[in-house]
Design a protein around this ligand. Structure first.
Ligand code: ASP
Length: 318
């Protein structure tokens, strides 16, 4: 049977941007856009996950990502279960693979997992029969965030990513969002720049297909999109920046620094934001320059699109 969107999407899991072909990505973005156009409508017609179970398994804290998957799953008719890791056997010393075996015996169709170790979801995916969706693994990848960011950009700037110049700024070293976004935006043909202090740019960044800048003035020059990242203090051992105040002075986005970008440039941030550290409130809250709430809205729609594609692939509808 042909898929409802006319493309043979055959992926069982969503683990990494690198697993997808360009047509896979275009299909996912088109599905995300479809759900965004419906403005996340709740009619029974779209309950294509009815009878399926989605389990949210978050070993690291999350507000928006977990809720976003929960809402997306429910809007498509799935039974959604949030596993409280803090109260589960994991806290009693159960290993990831034992947790996987237990969950697998309950037959979830979709397993949305966030874990502090890079590669944890890829390991889980080998042990369970349902689809595993990576909602962030350590400093490695956050593919659904990159997809929702691309959807947000496409919504604002149109489908031609080719002419866009983007700067991803701040704590790149500890950011799975940056790693997924660089791969996806490169695949879509954008010019991608990384901007940050040398201590927060990974030493292998010159092999990522990006240009690296250490000051905002040069890095933001002519950019259409400025994507700010949180200082991930919880992943830092030791001090990577002298002080938050000094960091804001050199790398925090305010009006003066945004003025280096192209007129009409838009600002993004995956959240949660550290206001006054990497971004000024006056920028984050200005709807004329900030796409931050649009990112949250695109998040639900994009995740509906991803669940839709994975569900049809599971059912052999390709
Ligand atoms: N929410 C994003 C993540 O989980 C970004 C962040 O935490 O700074 O990676």
């Amino acid at each position: 049977m042909a898929s409802s969107y006319g493309y043979p999407f055959e992926q069982q899991h969503c683990l990494s941007i690198s697993q997808f072909s360009r047509p896979d990505i275009e299909t996912l973005l088109a599905l995300g856009e479809y759900y965004l156009d419906l403005s996340v409508q709740k009619s029974p017609d779209n309950r294509i996950l009815t009878g399926k179970t989605l389990v949210n398994l978050f070993f690291e804290n999350s507000t928006r990502t977990q809720k976003s998957f929960e809402i997306a799953g429910r809007r498509l008719g799935a039974d959604v279960i949030n596993m409280e890791v803090a109260n589960s056997s994991v806290k009693k010393g159960e290993t990831l693979l034992d947790t996987a075996a237990t969950l697998n015996a309950m037959n979830p169709d979709m397993l949305v997992v966030r874990h502090g170790s890079s590669g944890a979801q890829a390991l889980l995916a080998q042990k369970v029969s349902g689809s595993v969706i990576n909602a962030g693994d350590g400093m490695h990848e956050h593919p659904t965030q990159a997809l929702l960011d691309a959807l947000t950009i496409r919504r604002h700037f149109g489908k031609d990513f080719g002419g866009l110049r983007l700067a991803i700024c701040g704590d790149i070293t500890h950011s799975r969002v940056a790693r997924s976004n660089v791969q996806l935006l490169n695949m879509l043909g954008c010019e991608v720049r990384l901007v940050g202090p040398p201590t927060l740019i990974p030493s292998d960044a010159d092999r990522w297909g990006v240009e690296v800048y250490h000051n905002m003035e040069d890095g933001l020059e002519g950019c259409d999109v400025v994507m700010m990242l949180r200082l991930q203090l919880e992943r830092m051992s030791g001090a990577f920046v002298p002080s938050k105040r000094e960091y804001f002075h050199f790398y925090g986005l305010d009006r003066a620094k945004l003025a280096y970008a192209k007129p009409g440039a838009m600002v993004m941030h995956p959240g949660p934001m550290n206001r006054g550290v990497e971004i000024a409130s006056s920028i984050a809250d200005d709807p004329d320059v900030s796409l931050i709430t649009h990112q949250v809205e695109s998040g639900v729609a994009m995740r509906m699109g991803i669940l839709h594609a994975l569900s049809e692939a599971q059912d052999g509808v390709a």
